[in-house]
Design a protein around this ligand. Structure first.
Ligand SMILES: C[S@@+](CC[C@H](N)C(=O)[O-])C[C@H]1O[C@@H](n2cnc3c(N)ncnc32)[C@H](O)[C@@H]1O
Length: 283
């Protein structure tokens, strides 16, 4: 089979699952990721014969796409803040909304020369590593309960020469912490079980549920624990940055107001939903 025939095979196999522009995009991304070919090769050498190994790889990818597996798990790579991150099913695929959170931190902290920062629930390390690249003088700590996720995050930090101190631990039961903090950042699990029906199979069937879901009767548990932790370990005038579930905006506001020592700032994502919070500790 040649290149254009294999692209056509993709189109006919996947036509009931994706539209043609999406299929063509996936095909291009896959040949770039698997064979390091420029996408222009499809136009320039449409009759290039594929080896059996190349063909097997593409057929396997088509099968996985047909089963709704995310493209990023098939290629093992995702882009975030103009950096490439290794991903696998142990980690959440970095989202564009989270890039917006990192950009907000970058904009607001440009004047901050030195800081000690903790990221809670680092997953692929996309937030901590991007911040490490933006703020090379910062001391950055990042933790996650999942050791397989920490392994990926370490690889990503090495890939981008970011000096991050990783901690493999359960934040919900963490009792000892020895580093006074200037900033805490988190995109913790925040989806309630009722929202499962609205979610796509590519998320529900493939992404780690521990990264996504919280108990129905305690959806803000990570934020509450972070706020309690911050009472002790975040310095006065220190800042917290959260990605939040817009569905719990009112509950988040009430929770934060109950601590009585934060100025609250909110920000919408590109879809116009209030998705981010910045809190400045007053005392
Ligand atoms: C929504 S994901 C965020 C991943 C990454 N920071 C991102 O923005 O793409 C939440 C992360 O929290 C981690 N996590 C879940 N429960 C945890 C716990 N009790 N302690 C520490 N990390 C936890 C998950 O393993 C997951 O990597």
């Amino acid at each position: 089979m040649n290149l254009i025939e294999s692209r056509d095979y993709f189109r006919s196999t996947l036509k009931n699952t994706y539209d043609t522009p999406a299929i063509d995009y996936y095909f291009k991304v896959l040949i770039q990721a698997f064979f390091k070919w420029e996408a222009t090769i499809i136009g320039l050498q449409p009759r290039k014969i594929l080896t059996k190994t190349e063909l097997d790889q593409l057929m396997d990818a088509a099968k996985r796409l047909l089963a709704s597996e995310p493209l990023q798990y098939i290629t093992g790579s995702a882009h975030f803040c103009n950096l490439e991150f290794k991903v696998n099913p142990a980690v959440l695929i970095p989202r564009p909304e989270t890039e917006e959170l990192v950009e907000w931190i970058r904009e607001t902290q440009l004047q901050t020369s030195k800081m000690t920062l903790l990221e809670v629930g680092t997953g692929s390390g996309c937030i901590a590593v991007s911040l490490g690249v933006y703020f090379p003088n910062a001391e950055i700590h990042a933790l996650d309960i999942d050791t397989a996720a920490i392994e990926i995050a370490v690889t990503n930090a090495d890939r981008h020469s970011a000096a991050i101190n990783f901690h493999s631990c359960d934040f919900l039961t963490l009792s000892d912490w020895e580093f006074p903090l200037d900033r805490i950042v988190s995109n913790p699990p925040y989806i309630s079980p009722e929202e499962k029906q609205e979610m796509q199979p590519n998320v529900m069937d493939y992404e780690p549920h521990r990264a996504l879901f919280v108990p129905a009767d305690n959806p803000l548990l990570f934020y509450r624990k972070i706020l309690d932790f911050a009472q002790q370990h975040l310095k006065t005038e220190g800042e917290l940055f959260f990605e939040i579930n817009p569905k719990f905006l009112e509950a988040m506001r009430s929770l934060i107001l109950s601590y009585k020592n934060y100025h609250i700032y909110e920000r919408n994502d590109i879809f116009g939903k209030t998705r981010m919070m910045r809190l400045i500790k007053t005392v």
